[in-house]
Design a protein around this ligand. Sequence first.
Ligand code: NDP
Ligand code: MG
Length: 393
Amino acid sequence: MNDTPKRVALFGSTGSIGTSALDVLRHHRDRFTLVAIAARSRFELLVEQAREFRPPVAIITNPSSEQAVLEAQESLQADGIVTEFMIGEQALVDVAREAGYDIMLGAITGAAGLPANMEVVKRGKRLALANKESLVMTGPLLTRLARKSGAELLPVDSEHSAVWQCLRGERTSEVKRIILTASGGPFRQTPLDRLAHVTRDEALRHPTWTTMGKKITVDSATMMNKALEVIEARWLFDIEPERLDVVIHPQSIVHSMVEFRDGSVIAQLGPNDMRLPVQFALTYPERLETPAPTLELNQFASLTFETLEDRRFPAVRLGFQVARAGGTAGAVFNAANEIAVEAFLKGEIGYLDIVRTVEAVLGQHSVQGADTLDAVLDADRWAREQARKKIHR
Ligand code: NDP
Ligand code: MG
């Protein structure tokens, strides 16, 4: 099956997932052609990527100056590289709606990734989804639109990729539980009374996934990331929260598991390298060889599993609550968290205030239906405002 190369659009190309994806494309040059890239402000890297992969379109949503963008485009042209540079958030939506691509890898962080992802789904295209926030915000809407248009939502998040792989050829009705694994992050063993004082730098030091972007690294420390993943799994696999579970697995080798009603548990294992799930989403249903190092199980004395402590990681309980509530709860949960993480990274609030802020905003929200993008974006705006008020009070 080595025919026409697949046309890939990659939004969030300068980030951790984006650069992993480019490494996969580099390794399988004859299989893919890159048709669009997008970033927010790391412009030099974006230009370098344009020079290497020669996509027809490159989007920068927040450039330092329009002049610099024009100059870069001209300098590439002088070298025979025709990449059109587009500026602003609207370009993401326009390109998602109109460009010729076979698969979009949505790897922008946070709510900013949503509008373009919606367009991909409306068009009935294949969406490789790293941006879990999209599903958390609009799970019911996005999955309904996908069913209607025939769009495919393929997970990139390692846990969901694992579950997806465990479910291949299985019947969802025979699933007893989906068990998501979590590394436990940097504070898995920190004395509880020290958590109030842990610093930004400590939170940014993830024990097993070392190259992630800042936002998701903080989310992993609070386990807000796992909470988001519970909600993501709820919509992606159309499974009730009662059949979802989280277990701590500090080595991050078992990426997740599915238990079936006959008692069999199928797990997916692999090195903790995002190039694996990224590649599988891009090549599905094929499996190609990997540019990443492969798993050496004898380097692990043991693979261990622990129960999650609610007192240490209350975020996960909130995640289940939101997964059960549905509607606008997901958008509120996500937005309050984005604001709280930003404030924590700026040193405006302490580590424990992140989850406290989210819980307080959630507590004030009366959940509405989230059947339209407008309803979701309204809830998102409201939650951001409430979170900011709490932080700056
Ligand atoms: P990074 O912070 O490393 O990268 C984010 C990317 O999105 C950058 O390319 C950034 O551009 C771009 N971006 C951010 N905001 C905008 C915007 N408004 N318009 C255009 N581009 C924008 O994050 P990660 O790669 O770590 O994460 C990306 C997504 O993947 C997140 O949703 C995360 O939850 C998810 N994910 C990540 C995993 C990981 O291992 N890293 C694992 C599982 C999921 P710029 O560089 O210019 O700022
Ligand atoms: Mg994950």
